[in-house]
Structure formats: C-alpha cells, structure tokens
Design a binder for this molecule. Structure first.
Ligand SMILES: Nc1ncnc2c1ncn2[C@@H]1O[C@H](COP(=O)(O)OP(=O)(O)O)[C@@H](O)[C@H]1O
Ligand SMILES: [Mg+2]
Length: 157
C-alpha cells in the first residue's frame, strides 16, 4: 500500500478526549507508537491519560515534562512508555532510552514533541495532530504512515 487515509475527528471537551484515547488504547499492542502533535494545551497529555485507561493502567498518567519519560505497567504485561521532548534541542541519552523502548517487545510508545527524535521513531507510527479551534473543542487529524497505524486509525472511526 502506498497511500494511507487520514481521518479527522472533532472532540468536545476533556471527557470525550479521554474516551477517544481509551478507545485507541484498548487496541494497542507492543511495538505500537503514537506521536501527538499540537501546541501547549492542545490536549496531548489528556489524550494519553485515556490511552492508559484503555490499556488497563490503573495509575493516573502525569505529564512527563522535566522527567521526559514516564513508564506505566498495564494489564496483560503491556507497558506504556510516555515521552515528552518539549523544548529539548538535543535528546541526549533519552534518544538511546527511546530506541530501547522501541526495541522492547512489551512496550507501547506515546511521544509528545517528537520532532527532535524523528529519525528514531518507527516509520509506521500513528501521528495525531491536534488543533484547537476553540476552548471547548479540538480537531484531531489521524495521519497513518503504514499498515499498522492505518489499522489503528480505522479502528477509531
Ligand atoms: N477535546 C478537548 N476539548 C476541550 N478541551 C480539552 C480537550 N482535550 C483537552 N482539553 C483541555 O486542554 C487542557 C490542556 O490539556 P493537556 O492535555 O495538558 O495539553 P498538552 O499536553 O497538549 O499540553 C486541559 O485543561 C484539558 O482539559
Ligand atoms: Mg503535555
């Protein structure tokens, strides 16, 4: 397949955002990678909180800013590794850590502000762009780059 189909979803409010994240989270498997793109306050971390719930993680996801990475243990041996490279011009050893997470057979990866690690991120990952047309809503554009991310995007529709 050469071309993948983008999808746009309007999401009203934090609860709906978490519900959508949960829906994707329940489909995730080890090796899956989601890149979240959007300004500060777009809702990237809110969405990740929902993903964690969908993965059966009981711990509440907190923004990893300053620590860059937080890892959570989900049900069925699946792990969530959440990265936030905000304002990091050089990822340094965190790039190595990310590469290790990508190779790990039990880990799902979520990345905020991933431009700085673009060369490490798996080619087939689901990019989700979040725009904020108003305070009350967000527009999510799901951009698949391979068969797996296309399947994930399709599972949300
Ligand atoms: N779909 C949505 N519609 C309206 N507000 C939202 C939505 N999703 C998240 N928010 C709100 O946006 C704010 C910022 O969310 P956050 O997840 O911290 O953003 P980011 O991680 O992108 O900086 C929070 O107050 C949250 O309640
Ligand atoms: Mg955030």
């Amino acid at each position: 397949m050469l071309y993948f189909i983008e999808m746009t979803i309007t999401v009203h409010g934090e609860d709906e955002m978490k519900a959508l994240g949960k829906r994707i989270g329940s489909q995730l498997k080890a090796g899956d990678c989601i890149e979240l793109v959007g300004d500060v306050g777009a809702g990237k971390t809110t969405f990740t909180k929902g993903i964690a719930v969908g993965m059966g993680i009981s711990e509440t996801v907190q923004s990893p800013t300053f620590t860059i990475n937080r890892t959570y243990e989900g049900s069925a041996g699946l792990r969530l590794s959440h990265y936030d490279f905000y304002r990091l011009s050089d990822p340094g050893i965190m790039a190595d850590e990310l590469a290790e997470s990508i190779d790990d057979k039990e880990t799902v990866i979520i990345i905020e502000w991933g431009e700085v690690v673009a060369s490490i991120v798996p080619k087939d990952h689901l990019r989700i762009e979040i725009a904020s047309p108003s305070e009350e809503s967000r527009i999510l554009t799901l951009v698949p780059s391979g068969e797996r991310s296309q399947a994930l995007a399709g599972g949300v529709a």
